[in-house]
Design a protein around this ligand. Sequence first.
Ligand code: SF4
Length: 277
Amino acid sequence: MSSLAKTSNGGERPRLLHESALPIVDSVADRSFPPTSLATLPIIEPTPELLSELAKVSASLETASPQDILQWAVERFGDRFTMATAFGPEGMTIIHILSEIAPKTPIFNLDTGYQFPETLALRERIKERYGIEVEYKRHPLSVEEYERLNGGPVYRNEPNRCCADRKLSVLKEAARGMLAWASAIRRDQSPDRAVAPIVGWDKKFQLVKVSPLANWTKKQVWGMITSLDIPYNPLHDAGYMSIGCWPCTRSVSLGEDERAGRWSGTNKTECGLHTQD
Ligand code: SF4
């Protein structure tokens, strides 16, 4: 093996620590998506060796480009690398990069049933632009059934339970058989996200979590969207900086934090996908 590896712009760099094999136990015969049998699913275990290796990989990728970080992830995890997207600007940026380096990466959206029509329309725009079909993953109960069972909208009084039911449980199921997932978080979005590694162990979902934009700023993300004409949610032009479900999202005023419009008026700041509690 050469001591040099290629970079995304055709140059060369020293081979990184992560280019040694991680101790992943891959049991498996079944590589269909979604996997058909629990008995044949690949397994990734958070052994001390794996955690130490992930920490080294993450440190070695601190100054790498999002392209190189994603390239590492798709080479390392192959068809067991996936991405969940809410079609935010960061997610759209990652989808654009994946369309160039690994367009077959399975990408899914947690369709809570409460997303804005403008958000859902992005799925079609992605298909037209990149030929990528983002798969919807949904709770088994429709919004109508869920609200009927719970005596009304759960988001009003128990948003944590609503997110747990309609997002977290759905992601857990969608992640079955996967080894790693891409997240679109940036460290400068919130104190919760400020400590996110580039590559780390996601205890909640029992996967390796890769955050290729952790070190990017909002300006960098929008710079790439503008220069490459990447599709984005038109609600951003109407003051919606961070967009989630319509009952829990409002537009923000100049000077407000970019996530101030999420669960506004409550002390909830995250849906729970990116916290480890
Ligand atoms: Fe429910 Fe609001 Fe969470 Fe969407 S963001 S799942 S509507 S609580």
